[in-house]
Design a binder for this molecule. Sequence first.
Ligand SMILES: NC(=O)c1ccc[n+]([C@@H]2O[C@H](COP(=O)([O-])OP(=O)(O)OC[C@H]3O[C@@H](n4cnc5c(N)ncnc54)[C@H](O)[C@@H]3O)[C@@H](O)[C@H]2O)c1
Length: 311
Amino acid sequence: MNKKKILVTGIAGFIGSNLADRLLVAGHEVLGIDNLSYGLKEQIAPEVIFHKLDIRSKDIYPLFEGIDMVFHMAAKNCLSDCQKDPVETADINVVGTVNVLEAASRAKVRKVIYAESSDMYGGLKTFPTNEEKIQPETFYANSKAASHFFAQSYVKYHQMNITGLRYFNVYGPRQDWQRTDRPIVSEFIIQLLRGERPILYGEGRRSKDYIYVDDINDFHLLAMENDATNGEVYNLGSGTATSFKELLDTVQKLLGKKVEPELRPSLSFGVERTEADISKARALGWEPKTSLEEGLRLSIDYIKKHVIPKL
Ligand SMILES: NC(=O)c1ccc[n+]([C@@H]2O[C@H](COP(=O)([O-])OP(=O)(O)OC[C@H]3O[C@@H](n4cnc5c(N)ncnc54)[C@H](O)[C@@H]3O)[C@@H](O)[C@H]2O)c1
């Protein structure tokens, strides 16, 4: 492996901070940008050269000089916050992404890998879903779709090497538990550990494809070194859909707690089902390795140690 100088945006967040740890272990030099709007400074490894900046600012441009590779993870991605504020969602996720791509283009960065989302498939009813078509519905999903099309323009007109990653429901240590709507995995674990009654919307029928954060980091490391990924997009999920009810049952089993959930009507927005067709990523030799039970066990350990004492 060649030691590279890598810039990660959104480095204080869930995926960015876990990715930075893996890049450091692999021997790379890591620089990070985050405005700390959602992420936490304490999640950034001390070896990272950190800059508290907004991805929409021109002040980020000098940081891209001499960078080999960029991972662009910064985004506004709490779904209900995005539904409430489409203007800021577009500003951060679209304008911010174009600013990052422009900075990378001017500095002739060798490759940019950036986060898209399975929510871009929101209106499609074909499962498992492959990468061919998108049908975004929410403001968040549309902001990700717009950044996808801008990235494609940078590939076409600036001959840039760019890879888009459509994460499904990523979970694991450091998943943001402080946002307006907690991600469902953290929500169930926190509720049960605190002795609260878990809430199931729509009788828990919504089902999602959960993927453990280390598994997507395996793909990040693979994509960095694989030129076949240039100009491509990849689904990163487990390939299996698990209903909220099944997820809750599994968390209850692992915690040895059985609490009858409170049932509430379905949420008015968000995707009812996601299930990734991961054959394109698999064809590169990638395979998700962490079972849902194992990933949940690791998430429970983390939440017990790092989240519960802060609540
Ligand atoms: N976690 C998932 O399940 C999931 C699923 C699909 C897509 N994604 C995408 O993956 C990426 C990383 O997600 P995450 O779960 O780590 O989110 P996160 O909220 O934990 O991290 C995002 C980071 O971006 C930072 N940020 C936000 N606006 C910024 C701005 N204007 N300038 C600089 N920094 C800013 C936040 O402070 C935060 O630290 C995002 O682009 C997200 O949309 C995540």
